[in-house]
Design a binder for this molecule. Structure first.
Ligand code: NAP
Length: 509
């Protein structure tokens, strides 16, 4: 078994995946890892998204690490600040600072087949050599800016939800929000009471189910701190409830969709009284096809006198505001772009060169694919967290992330114990796995005719996992060596030694 110093591990990204992986390595007594974070602070999405009302729409007991349960969540659905504090707290608690290189971006990676190592180049110009790479760069990171005519002409303030400009005071301003996705529905009710006028530009209405958020009393928090098993019980029930209800959100079933639709319509009717407005806010696609949103106050915001819904398509952005296709110019002081993200997992985050000099982008020319969402043939010892087809539509993404970390950890321990140079998933195994995933996709609601970030340009879903989380966990639980081409240092050494012996014998008089 090699010394840990001979087994450097790189973790790219210090968001939930990176921090979770680092903690699990520490728990296993593995200290030879370095975390690279391109920003000055950890937290990933919870560092970048600070817009008013930003909170996780998955309950905190499930949207947290199972091995780091937090008794201090202030409410059922935590705000970005609390989640960010939780992550910063974990870095402190587990002494991750000494492993962390802040402001250090990995700009390229190249595999050396002879040595079984990855050379990671940083933006500072140095190179880090790693035996294993755990990539936790996230899937929805870079904002997607819309291509609207005249977008640069606007004379007021304009910013994206993921790059909120806190210097701009919205009080008594005329504000436009473009988009009605998960980010917009949190911004709209939060800023509506502040602004003079709020206009929401809706291209596609969204299905929204009730949130039933609540604050946890100091007593509940004290109990949770005193009896940690209560947190485990809460997590257990919330997780299994989401699995139980999952088929309503992901199966292409008219009957199940009707249940989801009824819940959402009830949510709409309790918040909006005007039948005409109800009609304009009602989606025309199957429930679950786009991400189902969770809110108790988004639709209610349209009942306010200062909030209007605009469904007329946008023609252009002008100096004064937004022009719609009916020729009307809507004048604004501020435009908020709640227009989503570029799907990061569709392409390599930077140039990654695997065996034979092939790049990941070349390997993914026909779409992003990986074995169990984690390993790609030709790119040995590289494990991606939140990779292709590992996102859920119905539960916490962290359940999947933890399964991926556990899988990578198994591989690392095996490599260390058996002196393995590299493991490279077999192409036929990866292909079979993905054929299975795409076969199952035919039964999922995501391809039922709507337009969403779930689908790539060829209409395939390469972002979500078509099934239950428990099943993904079972599939990833065991590392099957037969799925991988495995190269050992030992056998090479033996070969070298036997070559030397043969040469010695041949040279002997
Ligand atoms: P999104 O779901 O992609 O929504 C973007 C919105 O902008 C859509 O309504 C889209 O309309 C609209 N849009 C885009 N370009 C437009 C244009 N040129 N003109 C008019 N409208 C335009 O983005 P998001 O709301 O930021 O959410 C993205 C993902 O981030 C979510 O699905 C979720 O996974 C994650 N998220 C999670 C949470 C959480 O609480 N866990 C919160 C926020 C975000 P169309 O629908 O017509 O395309």
């Amino acid at each position: 078994m090699p010394d840990q110093e001979d087994f450097p591990i790189a973790i790219i990204g210090a968001g939930f995946s990176g921090i979770g992986a680092a903690i699990r390595l520490k728990q296993e007594g593995i200290e030879s890892f370095t975390m690279f974070e391109r920003a000055s602070e950890v937290g990933g999405t919870w560092r970048d998204n600070t817009y008013p009302g930003c909170a996780c729409d998955v309950q905190s007991h499930v949207y947290s690490l199972s091995f780091e349960q937090n008794p201090n969540w202030s409410r059922r659905y935590s705000t970005w600040q609390e989640i960010q504090e939780y992550l910063i707290g974990l870095v402190d608690k587990w002494g991750l600072e000494k492993h962390l290189r802040r402001n250090t971006e990995i700009v390229s990676a190249e595999f050396d087949e002879e040595k079984g190592t990855w050379a990671l180049k940083t933006n500072e110009g140095d190179t880090f050599t790693a035996r294993v790479v755990l990539s936790g760069v996230g899937g929805l990171v870079d904002p997607s800016y819309p291509t609207i005519d005249g977008i640069d002409e606007f004379s007021g303030d304009m910013f994206h939800t993921a790059r909120w400009n806190h210097e701009v005071d919205l009080t008594d301003k005329r504000v436009a929000v473009i988009g009605t996705g998960a980010s917009a529905i949190q911004v709209v009710p939060s800023i509506a009471p502040l602004v003079a006028k709020l206009s929401v530009f809706q291209r596609t209405a969204a299905w929204v189910v009730p949130k039933f958020d609540l604050e946890y009393s100091p007593r509940v928090k004290r109990l949770a701190a005193r009896f940690p098993f209560l947190l485990r019980i809460a997590r257990f029930f919330k997780y299994w409830l989401s699995e139980l209800l999952g088929p309503i959100v992901f199966l292409d079933s008219k009957l199940l969709s009707r249940i989801g639709r009824s819940i959402s319509m009830w949510n709409l009717r309790r918040q909006v009284q005007d039948p005409e407005l109800q009609k304009r806010l009602t989606p025309d696609f199957q429930f679950g096809c786009k991400r189902v949103l969770v809110s108790d106050d988004y639709w209610a915001a349209f009942e306010r006198a200062n909030v209007e819904l605009i469904t007329e398509p946008i023609e252009a952005i002008r100096r004064e505001g937004i022009e719609t296709t009916d020729g009307k110019l809507h004048v604004f002081d501020v435009i908020v772009l709640a227009t989503g993200f570029l799907l990061g997992l569709a392409a390599a985050p930077f140039q990654i060169r695997g065996r034979g000099g092939r790049t990941l982008d070349e390997a993914w020319r026909d779409g992003a694919m990986a074995y169990k969402g984690m390993t790609v043939s030709g790119f040995p010892n590289w494990f991606t967290m939140m990779g292709p087809n590992t996102g859920p539509g119905h539960t916490s993404v962290l359940v999947y992330t933890e399964a991926q970390i556990a899988h990578a950890l198994q591989a690392i321990k095996k490599m260390m114990a058996e002196d393995i140079k590299y493991c490279d998933v077999r192409q036929d195994v990866q292909d079979r796995y993905n054929e299975g995933i795409q076969r199952r996709m035919k039964h999922m609601v995501w391809g039922s005719g709507c337009h969403s970030w779930y689908l790539s340009s060829d209409g395939r879903n390469r972002s979500l996992y078509p099934g239950f989380a428990w099943e993904y966990i079972l599939r990833t639980r065991r590392l099957n060596s037969a799925d991988y081409e495995v190269a050992f240092f030992e056998s090479e050494r033996q070969l070298e030694e036997s070559d030397e012996v043969e040469q010695g014998l041949a040279a002997a008089p």
